[in-house]
Design a protein around this ligand. Structure first.
Ligand code: SAH
Length: 397
């Protein structure tokens, strides 16, 4: 590994880094061209060559790495990572103690002091996501630290940085014993089939836990529910268990149908009484419009970006349009659960999209509830951008 690199911070960014901003931005660094090998230890220095903070070089989206310490002499070894992991686990004592849920995040990147890595817990199995080659360079220290900090059945990993961020198929098993997949985990008493060996998406997005529970406990009863971009149908399962008279799940991916049927069946729901449709959501909206279908409860949870044969969707550009089409097929007094995980905009702008969509369709609305990331997806004050999830429950009136 190459020698540590000293990075000179531009004057107007010095305060930001002294205040604890954790992401290394290329535009903040005068000599970022000196960075060669990911995993290199870097020290940020000011114009007088005084030390500010240190971290590592790793390319992740637009970032150039993460600050890990304000101590000039810090070593990023097993001991360092073990302290971070144990602190993260201690913060989640209530999650480990909760008997109705055994799937949650135990380590959330910069929120727990190490940007570029997350660790999720699935009933005794740990899943590590590596978001850059740079953090993967510390793999041995981190794996040893995790292994010494927890009891586990097995450890799996996903490298999320291969080939321009695309996931490359491989066996993700790292340590312990291999799982027999699916493993069945619990969330607020509901079961999910989870596959740690099948690619980046394992069957459930843990960050929507509170939203699923809220739908089941407060909004589903007696509704005709539509779940768009439904993936494995997690929202539909919670709605059905909450007393929805019928659910309709729509997703473009062929795999979504058997996966959704699997989730319904696991929870004792008759999947034949539900609709599970493999189709482009935008086509489905047209169909629903033609057939004059209307729903009492609609979940809208598109990916930040998606490309299908006909349409390229970007949450930032197209959310308002998507909402307008949703409003058209929602009953008066019906509820829309508008969700996005796009980090390109914040809650303020997102609520602006909602306002615009209702104004342009000529309906009024009422905001009922708002959600961002749950507690296990810890974020820090110094980096609010890390709280990417925005969910707003709105009533069409
Ligand atoms: N709401 C889901 C997660 C959605 S992940 C949950 O909470 O579990 C995004 C999903 O959108 C993927 O399953 C993908 O197949 C689907 N998707 C992407 N573009 C689509 C489109 N145009 N029409 C329908 N589904 C789409």
């Amino acid at each position: 590994m190459s020698q540590d690199v000293r990075l000179k911070v531009k004057t107007n960014f010095i305060k930001k880094y002294r205040n604890g901003f954790p992401l290394i931005l290329s535009e903040a660094i005068i000599n970022h061209k000196d960075l060669r090998e990911e995993g290199t230890i870097v020290s940020l220095i000011d114009e007088k060559n005084s030390f500010i903070a240190k971290g590592y070089y790793g390319r992740q989206n637009k970032g150039y790495g993460w600050i890990l310490s304000k101590n000039e002499h810090e070593k990023f070894d097993k001991k360092f990572f073990k302290n971070k992991i144990i602190a993260a686990i201690n913060r989640r004592e209530s999650f480990f103690a909760d008997e109705s849920t055994n799937a949650f995040r135990v380590f959330n990147g910069e929120g727990d002091g190490v940007g570029g890595i997350t660790i999720d817990y699935f009933d005794g199995y740990y899943l590590i996501n590596w978001y850059s080659k740079g953090i993967y360079h510390f793999r041995k220290a981190i794996l040893d630290a995790l292994g010494e900090s927890v009891e586990f059945k097995g450890i799996y990993q996903k490298k999320r940085f291969d080939v321009k961020g695309q996931y490359v198929e491989e066996d993700d098993f790292v340590a312990g014993e291999r799982g027999e997949f699916p493993i069945i985990v619990k969330e607020n008493g509901v079961q999910f089939a989870v596959y740690l060996n099948e690619g980046a998406m394992v069957g459930v997005f843990l960050d929507q836990r509170e939203v699923r529970k809220t739908i089941r406990d407060k909004y589903a009863e007696g509704t005709n529910m539509l779940n768009t971009f439904s993936y494995t149908g997690a929202f539909s399962v919670f709605a059905a268990l909450g007393g929805a008279t019928k659910t309709t799940s729509v997703d473009l991916a062929n795999r979504s149908k058997p996966k959704t049927i699997e989730q319904f069946s696991l929870n004792g729901i008759d999947y034949e009484a539900q609709d599970v449709i493999v189709e482009d959501v935008f086509q489905y909206f047209k169909y629903a419009g033609r057939k004059n279908l209307k729903f009492d409860l609609v979940v809208l949870d598109p990916p930040s970006f998606a490309r299908s044969k006909k349409i390229t969707f970007s949450a930032e550009k197209d959310y308002t349009k998507l909402l307008k089409e949703t409003i058209a097929i929602t009953e008066n007094n019906g509820v829309i659960v508008a969700s996005t995980n796009s980090s390109a905009f914040g809650m303020g702008k997102f609520k602006g999209f909602i306002k615009k969509a209702f104004e342009e369709t000529g309906y009024n609305y009422q905001v009922l509830e708002e959600f961002s990331l749950p507690e296990d997806f810890r974020t820090i004050r110094e980096y609010p951008e890390g709280n990417y999830l925005k969910v707003v429950f709105v009533r069409k009136v």
